[in-house]
Design a binder for this molecule. Sequence first.
Ligand code: ZN
Length: 165
Amino acid sequence: MAIFPIRTFGDPVLRSTATAVDVIDESIERLVEDMIETMYAAPGVGLAAPQIGISKAVAVFDVGDGAEVLINPEIIETRDEWTFEEGCLSVPDRYWPIERPGWARARGLNLDGEEVEYEGDELLGRVLQHEIDHLHGILLIERLEKNDRKAALRDLRNEGLGLLQ
Ligand code: ZN
């Protein structure tokens, strides 16, 4: 296993749509192991493969019940609304109040290629939405209201982040 550096805001891999995994082979198993180790080292409650520079549709998370993996995941149902001070390992040390559905259900594959679903509110619902956003090239800043988003981008640029954009 290996701990990978986490790509940060401005890296184009974070803006790319991740490629679906066709075959769950040893390379995917190794990727998942590395992602879990990297997530715990950060530390974080979730990590998407693009965050370590791998544009594949793989996410891992642990909201307190152990490490879970979702391959080719999609959000299939949401309800309610909840505003939460959300952060991201790829935009370190910054938090914004972000409104999202308060409950979400996600479906994907596990490492055995079986279909699995996770659903929940609070942190689990939030993490599922946040990590699956990463697989579509969407960062949390894009979930802010327009004016808040502009202000956040201005702040990040003033601090020298995101210069590639
Ligand atoms: Zn993130």
